[in-house]
Design a protein around this ligand. Structure first.
Ligand code: SF4
Length: 378
């Protein structure tokens, strides 16, 4: 089995979307974000694709961006132009920030395929730098607009996989793993221990076992609104059936829509009714309490109010009674039901049973209302 960060994370987010994408290979839409991201990646690869520690001029990088610019996914030319201008601005910022300590990377757009225990792990590492000293830094570019919390970077699956790949491909332990958020121009770095990598291996093995056992449930997650497979997903498919032209709809589609509408309407009414019932109960309890009443009458019916006492035995006192009788151990091992059985049996004298009852302590008193409707004479 061949796995990559994308396929593993797809399975983690939603097993069904993994199946649609990687097993059924259903077509996906190209989004502006994807085209934008891969164009920026290509321009950055050009910037670092040099053999001397001297970066190409900024103009050259921006020209290259235009050459490799991916046009798919944009609504129209205006939107595409906005994205292109943004990409140029972002690359210019990046260039000025990084040109000062520019160095030639030891790996660039490095594809890897690592044979692990029963599976192959594949991917592409954007960049690896040699740090001053002996260490290495793996860098992955991100084109998301927001920074994640640091804790998420510390657990980032992609970085863990790249660490694992660096061990297998180059036999090195990367000192630093970095996500470079190009848009806010911010690096977030972390590292992995041997234990972290062992955990990731276990997670990958578990994912493989789940895939092999055909566990492909639909798992609702924050990415659902952008999922390409909604029309095939049991959680969203109905929306698409509903939107089909009337001639393509089965009669049952219209009927079920009415059923759903009625159900939603009744549920909403029942919520309002329950809220009102709660308010009325408070008024009735307060009235009964302040007037010392247990029953109220109206021309529609009668409401009886009865008390419920929830009590439990005081274990200390119970022990004082049962231990001298040699019954404490037995009682301890048993639950309230068994204690009740002892109390109802002939094992104990009446006097002891009465003493046990006195150890009961009230935990809570509640009141319930029972309604009897008055039937009108026909
Ligand atoms: S819409 Fe959500 S639940 Fe359905 S397949 Fe896509 S990601 Fe999974």
């Amino acid at each position: 089995m061949k796995l990559s960060f994308s396929s593993i994370s797809s399975y983690q987010n939603c097993p069904l979307s993994y199946k649609f994408a990687y097993l059924d290979k259903l077509p996906r839409k190209r989004s502006p974000q994807l085209s934008f991201g891969s164009s920026i990646h290509a321009a950055l690869a050009h910037l670092y694709n040099v053999s001397l520690p001297k970066p190409p001029p900024l103009e050259d990088v921006l020209n290259h961006l235009e050459k490799v610019w991916e046009r798919d996914g944009y609504q129209d030319e205006t939107e595409e132009k906005l994205y292109l201008e943004d990409a140029k601005r972002i690359l210019t910022n990046f260039y000025h920030t990084n040109v000062g300590d520019f160095r030639v990377p030891v790996a660039l757009e490095q594809k890897f395929k690592v044979k692990m225990d029963g599976y192959t792990l594949a991917g592409i590492i954007d960049r690896m730098d040699k740090l001053p000293g002996e260490g290495y830094e793996i860098i992955d570019y991100k084109t998301s607009r927001r920074l994640p919390p640091k804790s998420r970077v510390d657990e980032d699956l992609q970085l863990s996989i790249y660490h694992l790949a660096a061990q297998e491909v180059w036999g090195i332990e990367p000192e630093k793993l970095t996500l470079y958020f190009i848009i806010p121009n911010q690096k977030m770095s972390t590292s992995r221990t041997k234990k972290d990598i062992e955990r990731i291996k276990v997670l990958i093995q578990e994912t493989i076992e789940d895939i092999q056992s055909q566990k492909f449930e639909a798992r609702e997650n924050p990415l659902c609104p952008w999922c390409d497979f909604q029309a095939h997903c049991p959680l969203y498919k109905h929306k698409f059936l509903k939107e089909a032209p009337p001639e393509e709809k089965e009669t049952t589609d219209t009927q079920i829509e009415e059923v759903v509408n009625e159900y939603v309407g009744l549920k909403s009414q029942s919520r309002q009714i329950n809220e009102r019932l709660d308010e009325l109960q408070v008024i009735i309890h307060d009235y009964c309490e302040s007037h010392g009443l247990s029953r109220l009458y109206s021309d529609k019916g009668i409401i009886s109010r009865s008390q419920r006492v929830i009590a439990s035995y005081n274990m200390e006192k119970l022990r004082d009674i049962l231990e001298p009788l040699g019954l404490w151990e037995k009682t301890l091992k048993v639950d309230a039901k068994s204690l009740k059985e002892i109390l109802e049996s002939d094992v104990l004298e009446e006097e002891v049973k009465r003493m046990i009852e006195t150890t009961k302590e009230v935990e809570e008193i509640t009141y319930a209302l029972y309604v009897r409707e008055i039937q009108k004479e026909p």
